[in-house]
Design a protein around this ligand. Sequence first.
Ligand code: PGA
Length: 250
Amino acid sequence: MRKNIVAGNWKMNTTLQEGVKLAEEVNAAVNAADAKCDVIICVPFTHLAPINGVISGKLGLGAENCADHKSGAYTGEVSAPMVASTGAKYVILGHSERRQYYGENAEILRAKVALALENGLTPIFCIGEVLSEREAGKHFDVVKSQIEDGLFNLSAEDFSKLILAYEPVWAIGTGKTATADQAEEIHAFIRSVIAGKYGQEVADNTSILYGGSCKPTNAAELFAKPDVDGGLIGGASLKCADFMGIVNAF
Ligand code: PGA
């Protein structure tokens, strides 16, 4: 069956020293807690190898992105093999900030997903509509297209390796969370889209996380919904106590 997962997305925050300190704190807390879910922190590229050296046991490590090429003349890029060589096991792909500010489209994301999988990384693949799309009632279509265009080239075997994250863009960093009912409605829809392509078993085994202003105060209500399998946490992952409050919501 699918796993419950809480993953932190640190985004472009913390210096290396601050990041290592936070990772040490989270590592101690996660390993001391009787967590009912898998816990992952996704951190800036510069932090991956040093943080891999200070975490252990139940805490997993991921990157926030990887390149759409394997190697070569792509100044400033960081490849999936490089990420894997740090010891990281996960990579966030298709985050709305990457789509919006760095022009990542479905073609680029298909290449990234393929390289991540080839290198043994588990993609945490993000989808979600912007406010105008929700207001126009187009959120189901938008999310469906993002899944079809970004992922439906995969075999069922490869698709089964993914984690999905539904993140309504209007809820990210805004303090405006989707209600638990709104989240459940679209998570159930996402699962039905997956079932339509890969069958009910694959759909039932796919972890679908909610992201967007998830906090210790609203996590339990969101995670109680049958199709919400955890959270992708931005702002609240930067404070150990807040992050653990979300982890312990399970
Ligand atoms: P937020 O970000 O929790 O700060 O809203 C979530 C995300 O973008 O992954």
